[in-house]
Design a protein around this ligand. Structure first.
Ligand code: FES
Length: 101
């Protein structure tokens, strides 16, 4: 596991999310207040790209069958998905967001 640069911190506004491919992983990055979070970027139901989904408060809604996942923890909130998203460690250094992959 190592920290890999994902995005410029300035490109991720408060209350927004962006998908990025980081070290072979597709991740979904979110800034909520002072914190940045990263979870797996594919829905655990049928591998839909959650970067094409939409945010409701601190959750992402899958665009295909509307399962929701907590963007801080990856926890699944409703079916049809039953498995949580993987959660990744994040750090910000020198204006860049790094994800541990
Ligand atoms: S692919 Fe996401 S809920 Fe079905």
């Amino acid at each position: 596991m190592e920290y890999v640069a994902a995005l410029k911190s300035a490109d991720l506004g408060d209350g927004s999310m962006l998908a990025a491919d980081v070290g072979g992983e597709h991740v979904l990055l979110t800034r909520l207040g002072a914190e940045v979070y990263a979870v797996g970027g594919y829905c655990t139901h049928e591998k839909t790209d959650l970067g094409r989904g939409f945010m409701v408060e601190d959750r992402v809604v899958c665009p295909l069958h509307l399962s929701q996942f907590d963007l801080k923890t990856g926890a699944v909130q409703n079916p049809p998905a039953t498995e949580p998203l993987r959660r990744f460690n994040v750090k910000i250094e020198g204006g860049t967001i790094f994800v541990e992959v």
